[in-house]
Design a protein around this ligand. Structure first.
Ligand code: MAN
Length: 181
């Protein structure tokens, strides 16, 4: 007569063995999780740096400080939002993503294209014309034709750097006491 085989590891004791995680194993798993998180953040930093390297921030990179900022203006029923090197919105509708400066207008006219598609029309697009001003501000946005928008904004970044430099030199020169020879 055959004896019934009774496994040594049965029921609860077997589960307990499988659940057991050695302290070394736990430490290694934690280290791996941390390393993976670090890799992900390094990768996103690299992507951001690579995007920056490809972006034209205007003459002498003057518009760089505007990166990541959001300017807003309410015109009639809509709130318009412009992130100078990123997204634009009319309430929650995309008016386009930064696609560069208009031809021959670096530091002056920004283009945003491939926004939400217009019903029976083109993808929405927006151009923003920058004017020299004391603060970063979106002044107004209008719809020139169906789903084609344009706006005006001010920024110290749009002030002619060369002109400012010339005025500064002139002031310094005029203000300094001259040594008579
Ligand atoms: C929405 C807005 C308007 C636009 C129409 C087009 O109402 O984006 O600005 O003219 O859609 O259907």
């Amino acid at each position: 007569m055959a004896t019934d085989f009774v496994p040594v590891w049965s029921g609860e004791s077997k589960a307990a063995v499988e659940d057991f995680k050695s302290p070394e194993g736990n430490a290694a798993r934690d280290a791996l999780t941390a390393a993976k998180a670090e890799e992900r953040s390094a990768e996103s930093l690299l992507t951001a740096v690579e995007t920056d390297a490809k972006t034209d921030f205007g003459p002498d990179g003057a518009f760089w400080p505007l990166k990541g900022t959001t300017l807003e203006v309410k015109v009639n029923q809509y709130t318009y939002k412009v992130e100078p090197f990123g997204d634009t919105k009319q309430d929650f509708t995309s008016l386009g993503v930064f696609s560069g400066w208009a031809e021959g207008r670096v530091g002056s006219v920004m283009k945003f294209t491939e926004g939400a598609r217009c019903w029976n029309g083109p993808a929405r697009s927006l151009t923003i014309t920058w004017e020299c001003g004391e603060s970063n501000a979106l002044l107004t946005v209008q719809e020139d034709e169906k789903c084609v928008y344009s706006g005006r904004a001010t920024s110290p970044a749009a002030c002619d750097g060369k002109l400012a430099q010339e005025l500064k030199l002139e002031l310094e020169d005029g203000g300094a006491p001259r040594t008579e020879l």
